[in-house]
Ligand binder design. Structure first.
Ligand SMILES: [Zn+2]
Ligand SMILES: [Zn+2]
Length: 145
């Protein structure tokens, strides 16, 4: 029988959580906020309905940073690992960095979004669709790439 749950956590291990499959989405975000928050060229997020996320340990260590009028990002107050992102654009669901999971989820990354905001030093040649524009999720031209 296939696994229906995947565990995850922060770097120091204080915050531990469990997600219930199936996930809703998985993609690489190239927006400048993700870049700064995670210190990386892009962040690979997947999403689940809020009810499919259970915090098993360290709820008191989770610190919520209101990163914009539309959303917040939670991180471990002990080690600083960035964990959960919620936005008004997708009410009732939570975005979770794939890199913080202990094992594989039920899908591979499907696309790039906010691709036109990407770092100029980030090169992507994986053939996945590239979305951008105002919402970050509109088709864009990527001439000459
Ligand atoms: Zn931690
Ligand atoms: Zn982003």
């Amino acid at each position: 029988m296939a696994e229906t749950q995947v565990l995850g956590g922060c770097l120091c291990g204080r915050v531990r959580f469990r997600i219930e499959l199936p996930t809703l989405f998985c993609g690489h975000c190239h927006c400048s906020m993700c870049r700064r928050n995670h210190g990386a060229s892009h962040v690979t997020w997947f999403a689940v309905p809020e009810a499919q996320l259970t915090i098993e340990a360290g709820e008191q260590d989770l610190t919520r940073y209101v990163s914009s009028p539309h959303g917040s990002r939670s991180f471990c107050g002990q080690c600083g690992s960035s964990l959960f992102c919620v936005t008004a654009a997708h009410p009732g669901q939570v975005d979770i960095p794939l890199a913080n999971m202990d094992g594989p989820i039920d899908r591979a990354p499907q696309l790039h979004f906010f691709f036109d905001d990407r770092a100029p030093w980030a090169f992507v040649e994986d053939g996945l669709p590239r979305l951008g524009g105002e919402s970050g999720m509109e088709p864009i031209d990527s001439p000459g790439e």
